[in-house]
Design a protein around this ligand. Sequence first.
Ligand code: SF4
Length: 254
Amino acid sequence: MIKALLARFQQKHRTMSFPDGPPPALPERFRGRPILDTAKCPDGCRKCADACPTAAITIADKAQIDLGRCLFCTDCQDACPHQVVTYLQDYRLATRSREALVVAQDEELVLAEALDTKLRRLFGRSLKLRQVSAGGCNACEADVNVLGTVGWDIGRFGIQMVASPRHADGLLITGCVTENMKLALEKTYAAVAAPKLVIAVGACAISGGPFLDLPAQHNGAASVVPVDLYIPGCPPHPLTILDGLLRLLGRLEE
Ligand code: SF4
């Protein structure tokens, strides 16, 4: 016992202070929000759009990028010799609507606004989520799990993953919603008492990701259940997920 206490004393306090303090440093190679600068484009060039495996980039009247489809894979950047596509270090990506994730070149991303006062009173200090992996590769699930570790400790915000939808205030869905998982997702959603929240995490859960339009899946959670928060990424960084959850609960203002 003394040894355990001594080890704890030596290790000190490991939970980050974010959001009261600065966010943890992100590695240089971290890819945040992709942006386009088509002023550099030669006439008629579509190399970035053609290289994109999920058709996330459209270059019609105005260039826009769908963050709900983006896999942050850099294929567009690699295909373009003019450095039209760059990635910000900005980890903040979550939105309340699917439409807000489609961002034109000259637009700002409208980040998720908080729940209304009544729902914030209900969920703001205690939010229990049932995680549903609806055909994911486990990358998004892994980054959600990271939030439960001592460094991130989402329990300090009252957020907790629970084992049963009967104990949950909402669902956190990953994966493209395969045909084989559709019924399970519908049943799990039905088993959560109203009012309830649904959070779609990752490109698959938002749009189908790399499986977009394949017949064995449903292009994400919104085709089956109403979604309250979209958190893009492939997978999203834990900081992106935490940022989205805290915005939804009104714990982050800017
Ligand atoms: S990073 Fe990949 S998925 Fe995202 S827009 Fe570029 S090519 Fe498409």
